[in-house]
Design a protein around this ligand. Structure first.
Ligand code: GLC
Length: 633
């Protein structure tokens, strides 16, 4: 029996592209449904629709299981059911079903008309949306040189299609690599610079498809050792697999990896955050806000937000995660409250606050998001920030203070201020950075680039702090940029620290890979941060430097050594996010006004509510002026 007979409709003819879940269904589902019992590895409870060959209608199968997990979500179950049952089976984008699902539901709809052209031609979109869309004319006249032409050719080569529609880009496409591991998959985080490069070129179809297909993966049944992680979790990556059917037919399926196959079984906490950030960017750049208004997309945003905002044992507003839950997806001592996750969390919450449609049922979540944003920025600004004076203060900390008014709230032992930090921190009060992690009796003083850059981009840091971070990068150019922008973190863990903290990881030896390696993909995020702070010249300097080597070195994933001189020991070549990050940086520099739609300015309302909360405990005066004074911290 194949998928067609299983669905049990004799009027259906096999299609070349039968789209369905390919998941590792949990044992409980097999018992509930006999069909599933017979085909446990091939069918997921998400198969609840198919396309009737004789009509263009979407039909719900009678034996559909409405949702893929037994867990309760704080998002109204009915809303989830409605949204998912209308969108859970992935559909061939070229039959326009993704749009039909939306209009069929008839909720909150602004009609969307998309005329798709073949090949690499620009999408012609007539969108009844906000007219804040980017003026495409501004892209014209931008001459790309040979280097950019090669980069574009490689980026287009990395595109993955699903039922003849582009849905993402593979992580790397090195023709000489015979063991691609999972680098032949579409990673959520890796696709972000590809998406921006395409969007900034006026090609939005691939991004829209990516957002909608990954949204459907969010509901997949996922299990690691019989345990299902939270419902809103987005996969780290997915692969389009082709499975044989009867005769010479085949079907394509999307096969997500939620960490259950990943090395170390790391949780892709950042995936959902990146998805939300990209969704906002899609709206800002294309002007097609109807995508984010769709009920299934709204539900997706809320599910991710709910997962992150769920009550736990946390004492801090920061998100508590396990090691390796982001770009650094191996053991590197970044469990707890790593800055990278907090900065992406903050950015995703700010995006969600903008995108969630305001109505009676969303009031609570919007309020929860706003409260968390206030508390998060206050906590990070106060406790993660270090400059010379703050380090001196920590160096002189008293410990074991039991009281509400303790100065050394986290009981940090001054011995943690290591000699490298005292030497490294700039003398000037105008330079500083946000530390990598904060937990009871533990400050991780390493400089993590992505977290600091996203703190600038999202205004998690104060304007003064944001400027000071760029000052630090400029002052420490040799350490943080060297021969190739930019170091993933500084300094590297060496000797016994490497041994204990990484577990003697041979891939993360000192000044290699995640342990102080240099990652060209960080260039686009640096560029965005520099443009925001009016420091484009710094970004230009970094791009010019990268330009000299990337093509000759075959677009490596990362570089090694203290100053990024060598191509990384185990670095992939033709790494897509290196290529896309470079192209995006170039485009952002050419179009700073578009770049400005991708970052956030300080939000006084958020500051005000934080100050007001503090006022209730009588510690600060509640006023807009008090909020403003926060900015100057
Ligand atoms: C490595 C990186 C990760 C990236 C993946 C695909 O695992 O650590 O950040 O997403 O490769 O490029």
């Amino acid at each position: 029996m194949n998928a067609i007979t299983f669905l049990g409709n004799s009027t259906m003819i096999p299609s070349q592209c039968i789209l369905r879940a390919f998941s590792r269904t949990s044992p409980s589902k097999y018992i509930r449904d006999t069909a599933f019992r017979s085909y446990p590895s091939r069918f997921s409870s998400c198969i609840n629709q198919y396309r009737n060959a004789n009509s263009d209608r979407i039909i719900r199968t009678t034996n559909a299981v409405p949702f893929c997990t037994d867990r309760q979500s704080s998002v109204t179950a009915q809303v989830v059911f409605e949204a998912r049952s209308l969108s859970a089976s992935t559909t061939c984008a070229n039959d326009r079903t993704l749009d039909q699902i939306y209009t069929k539901n008839g909720l909150n709809v602004k009609p969307l008309v998309v005329e798709r052209l073949k090949g690499h031609e620009k999408d012609e979109e007539v969108v009844n949306g906000d007219d804040k869309s980017v003026n495409r004319a501004s892209f014209e006249g931008v001459k790309s040189n040979d280097l950019e032409e090669e980069a574009w050719r490689l980026l287009r080569d990395s595109v993955v299609t699903y039922c003849d529609s582009p849905v993402g880009t593979v992580a790397a496409k090195d023709p000489t690599d015979t063991m691609p591991s999972n680098y032949d998959q579409v990673f959520i985080r890796d696709f972000v610079p590809s998406a921006l490069a395409f969007l900034l070129k006026g090609e939005s179809e691939i991004v829209r498809n990516f957002l909608l297909h990954t949204l459907q993966l969010q509901s997949w049944e996922k299990t690691v050792d019989c345990y299902s992680p939270g419902q809103g979790l987005m996969p780290a990556s997915f692969k389009v697999r082709t499975l044989p059917l009867e005769e010479d037919k085949f079907e394509e399926v999307l096969d997500p990896d939620f960490g259950e196959a990943a090395i170390g079984r790391v949780a892709p906490v950042d995936s959902g955050l990146w998805w939300i950030i990209l969704l906002r960017a899609y709206g800002k750049i294309t002007g097609d806000y109807s995508l984010q208004e769709r009920i299934d997309v709204q539900t997706g945003i809320k599910m991710i937000a709910n997962l992150c905002l769920a009550d736990g044992f946390d004492m801090f507003p920061t998100l508590l995660v396990t090691d390796g839950s982001c770009m650094i997806d191996r053991r590197m001592g970044i469990h707890g409250h790593p800055l990278e996750i907090q900065a992406l969390f903050y950015s995703a919450l700010r995006s969600s606050r903008e995108m969630i449609t305001v109505n009676d049922s969303s009031k609570n979540i919007i309020k929860t998001i706003s409260n968390r944003l206030s508390a998060l920025s206050f906590h990070i600004r106060e406790n993660y920030w270090v400059d010379k004076n703050k380090i001196n203060e920590i160096y002189r900390y008293k410990t074991e203070e039991y009281s509400m008014d303790a100065t050394n709230k986290f009981n940090i032992y001054p011995e943690q201020v290591s000699p490298w930090l005292m030497d490294w921190v700039p003398e000037s009060p105008d330079s500083g950075f946000l530390i990598g992690n904060l937990q009871p009796a533990h400050m991780d003083f390493r400089f993590f680039t992505l977290g600091n850059l996203w703190s600038i981009i999202s205004s998690l840091g104060t304007p003064k702090q944001n400027q000071a971070i760029l000052n630090l990068i400029e002052e420490k150019w040799n350490d943080l940029v060297g021969h190739m922008p930019l170091k993933i973190c500084y300094p590297a863990l060496e000797s016994s620290e490497w041994h204990i903290i990484t577990g003697s990881d041979p891939k993360n030896t000192p000044w290699s890979y995640h342990n102080g390696g240099s990652w060209p993909t960080l260039l686009w995020q640096f560029t965005l941060a520099c443009i925001k702070m009016g420091r484009s010249e710094l970004a230009e300097k970094a791009v010019t430097m990268a330009e000299k080597r990337l093509q000759a070195d075959q677009w490596p994933e990362y570089y090694d050594t203290r100053d990024g001189k060598f191509i990384g020991k185990q670095s992939r070549l033709y790494q897509t996010w290196t290529i896309a990050g470079f192209l995006t940086s170039k485009q952002l520099l050419q179009n700073p006004e578009i770049a400005s739609s991708l970052f956030w300015e300080e939000d006084l309302e958020l500051l005000e509510s934080c100050v007001c909360v503090l006022t209730k405990s009588g510690r600060k005066k509640c006023s807009r002026a008090a909020a403003k004074s926060q900015i100057l911290i």
